[in-house]
Design a protein around this ligand. Sequence first.
Ligand code: SF4
Length: 332
Amino acid sequence: MCPMQYFIEYNLGQRSPSNKKADKGTIVHKVMEILAFIKLNQQNNNRYFEDDIIGPVDITNYNLDNITERVYKYYTSQFTHHKWTDRDFKDCDKWVYKTIDYADGMFDPRNREIVEPEQHFDITIDKPWAKYSYDTKEGHLEGQLSIKGTIDLITKVNDDTYEVIDWKTGRRLDWATGEEKTLKKLHNDPQLMLYYYAVSKLYPDIKHIMVSINFINDGGMFSVNFGEPNIFQVEMMLKKKFEDIKNSQNPKLNKSWKCTKLCHFGKNTYEGSEHLPIVEYREDQLTTMGENMTICEQIKHDISIKGMDNVIDQYQAPGYNIGHYKAPGSAE
Ligand code: SF4
């Protein structure tokens, strides 16, 4: 949505605090993950498995409400920057049932043949354009671009067909444009195309891959079939993004009404942090003259004066590693 927001989050490692709605989505996702593991263990004739949050699960004797409650307790004890209320628990509980009851239980993981819950991927793009080479404080760094992510669930429809299932608890909106995602638009949705790309690389023998996304609270399930031509389309999309990022010397500020409402770096300054805030001395900026610059304006200001490398040295979060992948649901 905004090149500067990307730079601050992914190059400087200054992450904005999660929002409550997204954290409630994480809770629902975790319950779906546990249900998928229950089914997977049933398929594999295992009676027990160990979940990283709720501990041992007996697949012949579990209680869904109890699972939701324990998952909720875990995340609310981790995400302490929100004020959690009974209403939040009721929402999570309701969304869990909405998800598993949808279309007579068609997308309840327990009614599916599970291939892999929470499929992690880390795929190296073996193309000449995907090479990178940088000089860093730690020395010379070079390699190939790789894409990392986690897919909610992969299920088997038949021997030739897998279905990717993704759950969304938020609105069916493209947040960059504010427009509703229609089925037609989902055919060009970067996230869904990337999932298709990843699954086609992870499971090269599978002929057909469907990608289904369930907007639990905004329209239900949308299924998209991708095919061979989408592989090239994804690679061209990645190439463009990769080159844009590599060639960026001073990331743009994408200013809109969202800056002061939704963006942590537009709502806050460095006051009270380990970085000294700079008082605005120029005209026509987001901040009025005499006030502290917002975080993104200060970074933009410093890049134009000191250059990107110096700003990374000065502002990068201690211990941050640019190659580190934070899996969804991780409370780190
Ligand atoms: S406040 Fe606006 S311009 Fe600044 S980083 Fe956020 S989205 Fe970008």
